[in-house]
Design a protein around this ligand. Sequence first.
Ligand SMILES: [Zn+2]
Length: 350
Amino acid sequence: MKASQLIAHGAPGRFELRDVPDPHPAAGEVVVQVQSCGLNHLDLWLEEAGLPIPVQLPRTPGGEIAGKILEVGSNVSTWNIGDRVAIQSNLFCGECEFCRRGEDSICLRGEILGVQRDGGFAEKVVVPARALVRLPDGVDFDTSAALTLAGSTAMHMLTNRTQVKPGDWVLAIGASSGVGSAAIQIAKQLGARVISTGSTEAKRSLARHLGADFVVDSTDKKWPAEVRKITEKHGVDIIVEHVGGEVLQMCFDCLARDGTIVTCGATAGREVSLNLWPLFVKQQRLIGSYGRNREDLEKTLAWAAAGKLKPVIDSIFPLDQTPAAFAKLRARHVLGKVLVEPFEPESESD
Ligand SMILES: [Zn+2]
């Protein structure tokens, strides 16, 4: 089969479209024909050796996979050839203390698909059957590949790590990002008043289109003051943050008393300094969020099927242009998700 493999780290790294042996399922595994795979910042970190995880090259990146089951290993009883599936990218053991209570996002033996084992920028991928989630009718492969990683991350942040109440002020950082675009829609559905940020007029316009009530210009360093003004000095109750660095620090400038920042990323910096005085005086919370549980992924796809959550797709590349997809995301000129389709979407109607 064909796979777009990273063979040398860098920014950009070196990719090769290679013929590699077809994967075969071990007991408890399935082989999925990849119809669509979303690109994420995680893939860029892998490309430039920016992950605090040892990675062996060559590696086929890509964790946000939707496709059809091609082959089923022994001990797999609930899945059949031809089933349409999404794959949970944070692979989990299903047995540790956290998995047993449904918290597979913090599995003790968790692995990231496309980082610690070969992922979806290939015609086929082999994964444990427990990582599969059935695609609801009416959710196509591209929609799934555009929502299952970042969208379910936002779902985990807003319905598991925090709970949004109707009337809450929610700030979703980065309207054009996968997490930001989903967070705006999820928070609105939950009855929140939503503010988002965007660095260009196109991104701010997207935020309004997705339902944000207010949008601020993130290139203006005074945006936290603008947020305080919008909320009539109350500040925001929940902030969905995934940028880190200075942005995380600025979030505290517009966080309400008893407010919560939930963060799942640090593309702009992993180390920040924090003034603890206002944190405890205002009884605020800074909460980490990592990946998603199966429940979050199922909810994300159910919401997509119900039309409550729409993917924002910037562009779609064929498999042989995977390096161009990486370059596009790296240049940050994207409005929504970048996808790679190893197969033409004609097989959707099967
Ligand atoms: Zn586990």
